[in-house]
Design a protein. Structure first.
Length: 314
């Protein structure tokens, strides 16, 4: 084979990826577009699969529905029926799988959990990039998704996370305002909700690194130890409280509503009190705290290596 024919063969080879995505607000699609734009520029063929529940979740959320979905959202066994797309949910052997998902109550959204548990053919024996867009706490969700991907037979998993990087207190207000009213733009003294331009640019840089080197770069999912510790602690509490709310159903709607009301009140107290306490623990623990929490998360969200494809050597 001549050098010229080798070059032609490389040029004729088109890399492929499939993006599985469920987004209510459109933010996740923005982030997925940012990640895949450099791949498209390199000639990749990107296939999009919309993961849609047969019974749609509302947006904006009525407040009772928003809190009412909590028990199911954090129940690892809770699933929803999905609309079967044309051609099914399967992926092709040569496709890189990009799994894009939202975080609901520190867990993967119900449609994405349902995809992984009911349709493991989407990721079986595939290299996967998990792409998360959320306020700032994605750690428990990423750990759950990593476990689901391992159970489904994925070959390897790397994580890219895009978050709202402004102050935590401000993002609580802007995110709730967006989800409950559908309005994302600035109001009062609060800025625009969601992932900002700088984060989108960072995600695009991750996509460029993947396109250039075939590697998902270190730091594609920046770990903030203080937030990670709060997330992991709250995730445990959420699962236990959700089980209590589900158990209350047998005593009637009033008991279930009381359980949810108590959860909402506890959530507010936890945000106001819990975060400062964990901040103090992080300050006291110093670099050891950061190292322990960071290593704990990293070892549980990824497996199989950082290579998402074998880059050609020039």
């Amino acid at each position: 084979m001549t050098p010229t024919s080798e070059t032609i063969q490389v040029e004729q080879h088109t890399r492929r990826a499939v993006v599985y995505l469920y987004s209510q607000t459109g933010q996740l699609r923005e982030v997925a577009d940012a990640l895949t734009a450099p791949l498209v520029a390199r000639g990749w063929n990107i296939r999009w699969v919309d993961v849609q529940p047969r019974v749609a979740f509302p947006f904006p959320w009525p407040i009772r529905r928003f809190f009412g979905v909590f028990p199911a959202a954090v129940d690892p066994e809770s699933l929803v029926e999905l609309v079967e797309p044309t051609g099914g949910f399967g992926s092709e052997p040569e496709e890189l799988v990009i799994l894009a998902y939202q975080v609901w109550y520190l867990a993967p959204s119900l449609p994405i959990r349902s995809l992984l548990k009911a349709h493991p053919e989407a990721v079986r024996n595939r290299t996967v990039v998990s792409l998360i867009a959320c306020r700032n706490m994605w750690y428990s969700a990423a750990i759950e998704v990593s476990g689901l991907l391992r159970s489904a037979g994925a070959r390897s998993v790397e994580v890219v996370a895009a978050t709202d990087t402004r102050r935590n207190a401000a993002t609580v207000v802007t995110t709730l305002h967006w989800l409950l009213t559908g309005k994302r733009e600035p109001f009062l003294w609060f800025g625009r909700a969601g992932v900002g331009d700088a984060e989108l640019a960072r995600v695009a840089d991750v996509g460029q690194r993947i396109a250039d080197s075939g590697q998902c770069p270190h730091g594609a999912a920046p770990i903030v130890p203080r937030l990670a510790a709060a997330d992991l602690l709250a995730g445990t509490v959420f699962r236990r409280w959700a089980a209590t709310v589900r158990s209350a159903r047998r005593f009637g709607a009033v008991a279930q509503a009381a359980g949810l009301t108590t959860f909402v009140l506890g959530l507010g107290i936890g945000i106001l009190v819990g975060m400062p306490v964990i901040g103090c623990a992080a300050l006291a623990g110093g670099t050891r705290f950061d190292t322990v929490v960071g290593d704990f998360v990293r070892h549980r969200i990824s497996f199989g290596g950082a290579a998402v494809y074998e880059a050609e050597v020039a």
